[in-house]
Design a protein around this ligand. Sequence first.
Ligand SMILES: Cc1cc2nc3c(=O)[nH]c(=O)nc-3n(C[C@H](O)[C@H](O)[C@H](O)COP(=O)(O)OP(=O)(O)OC[C@H]3O[C@@H](n4cnc5c(N)ncnc54)[C@H](O)[C@@H]3O)c2cc1C
Length: 417
Amino acid sequence: MVGYIQILGAGECGLPLAYRLQRAGLPVTLIAARDATAVLNGTVTSTQVKFPATLDLEAAAGMGHWRSRAPEILGIRLTTVVDGRRVLGWTGFFTRPAQSVDQRTVFARWLTDYVEAGGDLEIAAPSLTELDRRAAEYDLTVVTRALGELADCFPDDPAWPVAKEPARRLAVFYLEGVAADPDNLGTYASLPGLGEVISYPGLTGAPGSERCCEILLIEALPGGPLDVFDPGDSPSDRLRRVVRLLGSQLPADLADRYREAELTDAGATLTGAVRPMVRRPVAMLPSGRAVLGGGDVVCRMDPAGAQGANSAAHCGDAYATAILARPAGPFDRSWMESVATPWLTGTAHPAARWTAAVLDPSAEMRQLMLAAQDDPVLADAFADSFARPADALLGSLRAVMPPADAGDDGSVHAGRR
Ligand SMILES: Cc1cc2nc3c(=O)[nH]c(=O)nc-3n(C[C@H](O)[C@H](O)[C@H](O)COP(=O)(O)OP(=O)(O)OC[C@H]3O[C@@H](n4cnc5c(N)ncnc54)[C@H](O)[C@@H]3O)c2cc1C
């Protein structure tokens, strides 16, 4: 006897979860808003840098199709820019490279693989009432996409502050014709009081026809000089605007890398904002049925920390492992709490704390960033803290993060190539 499982949302959390359960022979239904063709024909949705632990999970699940083809991001070239001039800079290497593959490419391929392997896929966007009715027909409902009324069923986690507004306004560009970083590093330009300009190589295109590109993310403090993107602008207007913006705000050698940039395709830009949110992982639907939340539904972060996709992937992995360990259930509320807690304390909450520290560095963190200029081990530890925010890093870095959750292991980890 095994339980019948439905998963709402086909993204970083829902797709690997559905794929693993389906491959193990469990009856699973995946509900997606769009099919693979619609995903590919849509606009970009993220910049999705993934770190080695996430890439390893995907490879282990047979889903890491881009490992040998996506460009490797070897570390971070951090530059602090004031009035267009460099005032600080260091390079920190990851212990192992990161990679970024367009979510359109990834989700389209994973959806296709899931269906071809016999997976049950429904294209739908059920209302709360419909989901509640459907939940009665399944032993377990996992929600990895929730807006409006459904999102409201997941209570805020009282241990976390509720952000009223996003910290940044975002603009994303997938570009061709950008001069590559000479050392295969990602660029992280911090413009104090204005925001950040983040850029690295990635892979885009339809599965089977992928090509390299540069992925650029502008993180603008609302109302400031980087906050210039009107959602009503055409993609080509946005491109003109961003090239001009980089020319006016960055040192010339950095801005020049983007001078000849072209958009990779008609859907290659995105503007918006992410309001961070930490919720409890179990929601009670109006009928009184419990459903389990995962990924951004439970812990949503600004992209500056490059954590959300990594955290969502670990969530999908943790839930798949727990379900496969007890496929007959019962998947009751206490079971849901017990499977979500290790992911929250071990991955999601440290990622949210790291993102908060990156967006609003304390005086101590700024001192450490200054010291990293002359200390390659510290620079590497900074870079690796994006990949492993739950680890201790150097003791001094841990001390500048907001209060720790139980579950962090206190180990030290740093390395330079
Ligand atoms: C600009 C930007 C840059 C980012 N950069 C990074 C980064 O570098 N590194 C990183 O780790 N994270 C990054 N993130 C965050 C990351 O993209 C998300 O945290 C991650 O995709 C969340 O995964 P998920 O499974 O929770 O949701 P998603 O991956 O968003 O998946 C949800 C899925 O549900 C589908 N859906 C939508 N509505 C419905 C509906 N009504 N019914 C059914 N299905 C529906 C959607 O099509 C989507 O496929 C970034 C986010 C943004 C916005």
